[in-house]
Design a protein around this ligand. Sequence first.
Ligand code: ADP
Ligand code: MG
Length: 415
Amino acid sequence: MTNFENIAFSGKLKKAIKRIGYRKATEVQEKTIPLIIRGKNVVSKSFTGSGKTAAFGIALSERILQGKSNAVLVLCPTRELALQVSKEISQINASTGLKAIVVYGGHNMSDETAALRKRFDFLCATPGRLLDHISRRAFNPRMFDTVVLDEADRMLDMGFIADIKDILGKVRPDHTHLFSATLTGEVAKLIERHIPEFEEVLIHDEIVGINIFEKRVTFSGRDKFRHLLEILERNAGERVLVFVSTKRYADLLNSQLKDKGFKATSIHGGKSQKGREISLNNFKSGRKNILIATDVAARGLQIDDIECVVNYDRPRDADTYKHRIGRTGRMGKKGLAITFVPEDARSRDFWADEQPAFQRGQRRPGFRGRPSGGQRSGFRQPGRPQTGFHGNPLTRRRKSRPRKSSDVNDYIYRI
Ligand code: ADP
Ligand code: MG
C-alpha cells in the first residue's frame, strides 16, 4: 500500500478519502488512478476486496473535476453492487458537489426517471434496466464519455453480453475501463472487440495471504453437518460465511441451522432481489451472524468483518476458492478459512478437479496424509470422467458437467 498523497488528485477528494478512513492506497488504486486520470483506458484484473470501486471512483471524479470528462456510466452486474458503487462514489464526492445516481431492475421506474432528468455525474446501473431507460429515452446515451465495466466476468456469467454490447454501441464512449477477477474467455473477447487501446493492470492475488489462516476439515458421510455445528459453536457470535454449491442446499442448510437455534440467513440466485437485500442487511447489521451463500450470489459483494469463511461445499476451482476465502482477513485483519474435504478415497476424486487418474476400484496412492508434489501430480493425469462423490445428494453434480480446469487441489492440499 502506498500513501494517497503520492498520487496527484484534488485535495477535496483526498479529504473525503481520509474521512472515509482510507489511509493508504491499495495496489490497484495506486496503479490505476494515475493512468485513468491521464486519459488511458484501463483493463484490470484484480481480486475481490482489492479496492477497485475507489480506484475508478477517485480517478474519474478527478477527471470530471478537471473538466476532462462530462459523465460516467458504471455498469454493475447486480442491484446490490450498483447500490454499493454509487454509495462509495457519493462518499468520495462528499465535498466536491459531484453526484452519483443509481438505476437497477426492481427499483421504482418513475423515481429513476425523475433522477435521470436532474443533473448527475455518475450513473451506476445494471445493464437490463439501463437499456429500459434508453429505450424510453429517459436520457441521451451519448451524454456519457466514459464507461466502466465493473465485475465484467460476473456480468458475462450472468448473461449480459448482448446488453453490454448494445449499451456500448449506443453510448460510444471515448474511454472504457474494465475491472474483472479474470481476463480470460468471454472477458478477453469483450476487451478485444470493444476496448481499442488500453493499459493492463494485473494485481496478483494476495488473497491466500498472511492474514488468512486456512484449515481443512475432513468429514465422512453424515458427519458433515455435525462438524459445521461444532465450528459454529466454537465461533459463536462471530460472523461466519458458509459457501454451498446450490440454491436448494442453501435453503436447506439455513433451515437446519435455524432449527438448531443459530441466527442464520441465506443469499442465492433463487431469491428475489428484495429477499437477497434483506438477508444481506441482516448479516451486515449483525442481526444474523451466519450467512449461507452460493458463489454467484456472493461474488463481488462487499461484506466486511467476516471472522470465518467455511467452504462447506467444494469450490469449483482455484479462483473460486481464493475469492471465497478472500472475504475474510481483509484490510490487515486476521481471518479463518475452513474447507470441508470428504474423507474416503472415492470422494476425494471429487476434489481432483481434473479427471481423476485412477480406475474405479483401483487404489490410488497418496491418500494417506498430505500428498507430496509428486503424488499430487498423479491427480492430474487426463483420462476418465469424474466419478461420483459421497456428499450431500442435493449438492451432487451431474457427472457429465464440463469442468473448468483448475488447480484447486493445490490450494486445498497445501493447507
Ligand atoms: P473490489 O471492488 O475490488 O472487490 P471494493 O472497492 O468493494 O473492492 O473495496 C473493498 C473494501 O475495501 C471496501 O470495504 C472498501 O471500503 C475498502 N477499501 C477500499 N479502498 C481502501 C483503502 N485504500 N484503504 C482501506 N480500505 C479500503
Ligand atoms: Mg467491486
